[in-house]
Design a protein around this ligand. Structure first.
Ligand code: C2E
Ligand code: CA
Ligand code: CA
Ligand code: CA
Length: 275
């Protein structure tokens, strides 16, 4: 932020003031939004790079407000958390994502992001269970992604939620691994099936020896623990090859595909299954 002295009084100008205004505008538009109409979901393939086949899609939320236009997910998820609206958002998004998953071949999984507030809401697992049951999708086709930040915020409640989800037969993926206060301790205290290696490691592993060593050891640790390792943010063929060399097969990123609309995801999934 910049405090400028103009005409004898101090005013906030520039980035700080405009980001405050923006945040208020997003929160207001979100409270008034018709979530059912305005929210949509796009799907990014998660691939087995050794066979070049789609094993899952990650559902990613999109919101276009009639008042303020398209809003980035990081922005509206944060606003929803402040406004206590995440459970409602998750409800709408999961219902839409499961409807899409129903059109894919049954071996293709759905990865779905839970927000930190969802994980900390008592009995929210029960609500998720009802949505899944209503969809008719087998729970073993679903993996819920949670971040370390969400887990640290309220560990006992997070553990309860994750244990309840696990009980339902869904998988749990630890998202953005390596960006929080990592914390291999969570991996054995929680029912974690997959670990998503944050894209910051993937981006730096070619130039940083240390980074490459970290990636190699995380992949090795996952193998030892029987946890699937998913590399996020793979953008180049070189990154794909290096990860394969380091022993990671499951990958996601622009190199393979951007997130795509529901209909295109269905085409990708069925074309893939036909090969
Ligand atoms: P995330 O869960 O880590 O999702 C991955 C983000 O990286 C997505 O951004 C995706 O479009 C982007 N991405 C995928 N491949 C690449 C790549 O190769 N390079 C780069 N630079 N980026 C790539 P997006 O869709 O903007 O979502 C941002 C974040 O918003 C997500 O990060 C997640 O934390 C949150 N989010 C998105 N959808 C939902 C949702 O339905 N619920 C909740 N709670 N959070 C969501
Ligand atoms: Ca994610
Ligand atoms: Ca991530
Ligand atoms: Ca993230």
């Amino acid at each position: 932020g910049k405090a400028g002295k103009r005409g004898g009084c101090v005013r906030f100008t520039g980035a700080f003031a405009s980001s405050m205004r923006r945040r208020d505008g997003v929160a207001r538009a979100l409270r008034m939004a018709d979530l059912q109409r305005e929210l949509s979901v796009v799907f990014q393939p998660v691939v087995d790079a050794s066979r070049n086949s789609i094993i899952a899609f990650e559902a990613l939320a999109r919101w276009t407000s009639p008042e303020i236009g398209a809003v980035l997910p990081t922005e509206f998820i944060a606003a929803a958390e402040n406004a206590g609206l995440t459970n409602l958002l998750t409800d709408v998004l999961l219902t839409k994502a499961l409807a899409a998953a129903a059109t894919w071949p049954p071996e293709v999984q759905l990865f779905f992001n839970l927000s930190a507030c969802d994980v900390a809401t008592p009995d929210f697992a029960q609500r998720l269970s009802e949505i899944i049951t209503a969809s008719g999708i087998a729970p073993n086709r679903i993996a819920f992604e949670v971040t370390e930040t969400a887990i640290i915020r309220d560990f006992p409640e997070a553990k309860k939620t994750l244990d309840a989800l696990k009980e339902m037969g869904v998988a749990i993926a630890l998202d953005d691994f390596g960006t929080g206060f990592s914390s291999l301790s969570y991996v054995h205290r929680l029912p974690i099936d997959k670990l998503k290696l944050d894209r910051s490691f993937i981006q730096e592993m070619e130039t940083s020896r240390t980074c490459r060593d970290i990636v190699r050891s995380v992949i090795g640790m996952c193998r030892t623990l029987g946890i699937a390792c998913v590399a996020e943010g793979v953008e180049t063929r070189e990154q794909m090859l290096l990860l394969g060399h380091l022993g990671c097969r499951t990958m996601q990123g622009y190199y393979f595909s951007n997130p795509v609309p529901q209909e295109e995801a269905r085409l990708l999934a069925t074309r893939d299954a036909a090969r």
